[in-house]
Every structure is written in structure tokens, then in C-alpha cells.
Design a protein around this ligand. Structure first.
Ligand code: SF4
Length: 493
């Protein structure tokens, strides 16, 4: 069995281009708390792999939450890294990238599969140093507190090496924590800072680029590269809005194009607001001229003009995906989106004219103040749109995030979200394809997005009880109170 698990990893490695096989004295296990196909689609994770390995005295080797954790448990195989097959628990440092709230369960699992006590209070100097970072740290990392030794908040491209210098250069965990706190303003040390977060790290080192191309990810065979970082818009619910991270930082088109390796047949252009890049049409057209396919992480509807859409089609996009944000004009105004109905109608016309397979629109359901009338407006509008082009709606229940103007807004409720989804499905009578993320898991995300260390600690109970929704609910319900987490700087305006 253990042999089979190693064999599975070797098969994945065989299909990778760009894997780094190195050895160096400072060894870091770089672990993603979701499966391989998700982790390898993360530009941030790939960029960190490249960054740590760029230092001659350091090596980063990857590991992921296994697709079948039970197989590791039953065969008593400790989680191991891909590159050298060393047990993760034998590395002096385990660095984890966490993208969103529910991955906390995966973080607990990977630590336990590595034989590392998940709670920081149960560890001593014989255990690896647990360092976390990743997109979650932009909003609310407080639930990580029970499990990690330190967190690099915000962008960690520039802080990772100074942090590792300290961790490898000190002789005990306590000494490292004290020095991290003293020397890196974005290093949050839960054992010392409690729920008082520190400042968000900002980096001038853009663009991040991927290191490995593999067919076994969500973004199959794609070379990932940042075209911009941050966003200049101000959507009220979004953690990446202009006030959190200094606005949009643009990578010149020539830089983007020069960094793409010849062997990359598919290119993923990444950025919270990549379609706002002033030269995006030029970049996509140039890549299409070179015979490459292009994927973009997000498209704003007001940017979908003829020239740009033509370029996207040339570059192999078969679905046109953008966002309509809220169910109705009133909801879109509430969240300060610039998606106008005319832009969405124009997008549907582009789909028909350029023979895309379908138009896919993302929107949020359950925003504060939403009523059945807003859903009825959505039914009417989307039914009309579906007469122009095949239409899918990708729906996410609203989850209030820290560091946004809609922080502290309530969750609409599982029953209400489901009721609205049923109303929508009935209303569109099969003419529109409706997909929604689960209202139950959205509620769990909400509790963690608004919670603190206590909610984070409850996740351990949920995981140990089996990890089903009922287990999470029981664990949260058992909390004596849900104190509103303190210390996160609100961002307004
Ligand atoms: S939702 Fe998109 S456009 Fe709006 S602020 Fe966030 S990243 Fe920018």
C-alpha cells in the first residue's frame, strides 16, 4: 500500500515540466492543505516554491492533502514530499499556503498525517516550525491561531526569506518567534499577539510566475503568470478591493510576454482584475499569434468589447465568463459593482456572434436586504438573456469578509438561500443552467470568516468527529459564545 502511494506521486511527477530537484541545508516542506490538482493551480503556491528554491542554501519540496487521506492512515504511511519522498514531519520548517476558510480542515489533516500534533500548544522544539501564509491572510487568519507558530500576513514574496533566515538562524522556537515579531512587521505570532493582527505585507516583486506545468491540475498544462496585482475597483464585499492592498499594480505587457517560456502552449494570465490591464487585448492577441491558448482568471463585463472578445476567441476561450454580481440592479448598486445590464446583454451577443459555447455569469445570492423581488428580477433578466445565448449562472451565497465594507453583515441563512435558489430554478424553467455552491458550506465559511481562535479550535473537533456538515455544526454550536473577533482593521470606503 505504501508503495502504491509513492507510485501515485511518482506518476504525477513524471508528467510535470519544471520540477526542481535540489538539495540544500535549509529544508522546507511546502504543503498545500488541498489536493494536488488544486494546489498546483495556485500561482501563489507555485511562486513560493520557485522563490524558496532560488536561495542556494534552501530547498522547498512540495506536499499536498492526499486525495485519499484514509489510505495514508490505514497503511501508516506518513505524509511525504514529492521531490525527495522524505516525511514532512522530518523537516525543520513546514510552510503552508491557505487560500480560504474551509482549508483549515485540510491543514489539520496534513499535520496529523505528518505525525505533527496539530495544536501549537502540544508541540515543542522537536517538532517542525509551522509557518503559514496565503490569500486567507488578507481577510481573517484568526482561526489559524491554534495551529500555527507564525503567519506571514498579506503578500509574502519579500518576507519569506527574511522569515526563514530567522527561523533557521535561531536555536529555539521561542527565540525565532521573538525575532520574527521584532523584525518583520507583517509576521503575526498568535502566541504573543493573540487576536491583534499585524500589518499586511506588501511586495514590489511582481509578476509572480509559475514553475511547474502539469496536465493534472484544474488549469491543465498552463503556465501561470501575473499580469497585474490588486484591483482599483471597490466592490463592497471583496477582500481584493483597492483599499486592502494598495490598488492595482500593472506588469508591463512586454515583461509578461518576455517571461513566458517557449514550451508553454497554454498560458494562464492571473490577476484580481486582469481584464483591467490596459494592454490586455494586445497580450492575448500576441499569445494567440504565437499559437498559444490563453486563460484569464477574471473578466469584468464592462471590458468585454469587440476587439478583446475576438482576441479571447482566437486564443481558444470557448466559454465567456464574467460577473453580474447581484441578483438585481438594486443589489448590484449595494455592492458598488459597475456591471450594467447593457454590458451583460452585449456579452450574450458576443457569445452568439463569436460562437462561444455559452455565457457564464457569477453572482452572489443572499446579500443584505435581498428580497424575493430581486430574485424575480433575476429570473426575468436571465430568461431574456438565455434567448440570446446559452446561459449558466454560477452562484455563491454571500459570506461577509473582514477588511471589507460589508464586514459583520449576517449570513442570510441556509434555509433562505435554498428557498431563493428553488425560486430561481423554478422561475427559469430549465432555460438557464444554475449551479450554486452549497449553502451549508457557505455558512461554515461565514462562521470562520467572521470568527476567531475559538472557531478555529472547533474545527479540530469537527475533523475528529468525521468532517461532515453535522460535525462542523455541532462543533460550532458547542462554543459557549461566538465572540466577535477583535483586532482586524476594518477597511471602509
Ligand atoms: S470583485 Fe473583482 S473587480 Fe471587484 S474589487 Fe474584487 S477583484 Fe476588484
Amino acid at each position: 500500500m505504501a508503495h502504491d502511494l509513492r507510485q501515485q506521486v511518482r506518476l504525477l511527477l513524471d508528467e510535470e515540466v519544471g520540477t526542481l530537484h535540489r538539495d540544500a541545508p535549509d529544508r522546507v516542506a511546502l504543503v498545500y492543505p488541498s489536493p494536488y490538482r488544486v494546489g498546483m493551480s495556485s500561482l501563489g503556491f507555485q511562486a513560493m516554491y520557485r522563490e524558496i528554491n532560488s536561495n542556494p542554501s534552501r530547498v522547498a519540496e512540495r506536499s499536498f492533502l492526499p486525495d485519499d487521506p484514509e489510505a495514508y492512515r490505514t497503511s501508516r504511511t506518513p505524509l511525504f514530499t514529492f521531490e525527495s519522498e522524505r516525511p514532512v514531519g522530518n523537516y525543520p520548517v513546514v510552510a503552508l499556503s491557505v487560500a480560504y476558510e474551509i482549508e483549515l480542515a485540510g491543514l489539520i489533516e496534513v499535520l496529523e498525517l505528518s505525525g505533527i500534533p496539530p495544536l501549537a500548544e502540544d508541540r515543542d522544539d522537536s517538532h517542525p516550525f509551522i509557518l503559514a501564509g496565503g490569500p486567507l491572510t488578507f481577510s481573517n487568519p484568526l482561526p489559524l491561531a491554534p495551529y500555527v507558530d507564525a503567519v506571514l500576513l498579506g503578500e509574502a514574496d519579500e518576507t519569506i526569506h527574511p522569515a526563514l533566515d530567522i527561523i533557521f538562524g535561531t536555536s529555539s522556537r521561542d527565540e525565532a518567534l521573538t525575532a520574527l515579531r521584532r523584525e518583520i512587521p507583517s509576521a503575526w505570532i498568535p502566541s504573543a499577539d493573540g487576536e491583534e493582527l499585524r500589518e499586511l505585507g506588501m511586495s514590489s516583486r511582481i509578476p509572480a510566475t509559475g514553475q511547474i506545468i502539469t496536465p493534472n491540475t484544474e488549469l491543465r498544462d498552463m503556465f501561470l503568470i501575473e499580469g497585474e496585482r490588486g484591483c482599483s475597483r471597490g466592490c463592497q464585499y471583496c477582500v481584493m478591493r483597492r483599499t486592502t492592498n494598495g490598488g492595482m499594480r500593472i506588469v508591463p505587457a512586454e515583461t509578461v510576454l518576455a517571461l513566458i517560456p517557449d514550451h508553454a502552449k497554454r498560458v494562464g494570465l492571473v490577476g484580481a482584475a486582469i481584464s483591467d490591464h490596459p494592454k490586455i487585448t494586445h497580450i492575448v492577441n500576441t499569445l494567440a499569434d504565437q499559437g498559444r491558448q490563453v486563460g484569464l482568471s477574471s473578466l469584468r463585463p464592462d471590458k468585454l468589447k469587440e476587439e478583446f472578445v475576438t482576441a479571447l476567441r482566437r486564443a481558444g476561450q470557448s466559454t465567456l465568463t464574467t460577473a453580474m454580481d447581484g441578483a438585481s440592479e438594486r443589489m448590484r448598486k449595494l455592492v458598488d459593482r459597475r456591471a450594467k445590464l447593457e454590458h451583460l446583454v452585449r456579452a450574450a451577443e458576443h457569445v452568439r456572434k463569436h460562437r462561444f459555447k455559452r455565457l457564464k455569469l457569477y453572482l452572489i445570492l443572499g446579500l443584505p436586504g435581498e428580497t424575493d423581488e430581486d430574485i424575480d428580477e433575476l429570473i426575468e433578466f436571465s430568461t431574456g438573456l438565455s434567448k440570446i445565448a446559452p446561459l449558466s449562472l454560477g452562484i455563491a451565497p454571500f459570506v461577509s469578509k473582514r477588511r471589507t465594507p460589508l464586514d459583520n453583515q449576517p449570513f442570510a441563512g441556509i434555509k433562505l438561500v435554498d428557498k431563493r435558489l428553488t425560486r430561481l430554478r423554478r422561475g427559469v424553467k430549465g432555460r438557464v443552467d444554475i449551479r450554486s455552491t452549497s449553502s451549508r458550506w457557505a455558512w461554515i465559511e461565514y462562521v470562520l470568516a467572521q470568527g476567531g481562535a475559538a472557531e478555529g479550535r472547533a474545527v479540530l473537533d469537527a475533523v475528529h468527529a468525521g468532517g461532515k456538515f453535522r460535525d462542523w455544526k455541532n462543533a460550532f454550536d458547542a462554543l459557549p459564545e461566538r465572540p466577535r473577533a477583535k483586532g482586524v482593521l476594518p477597511v471602509v470606503g
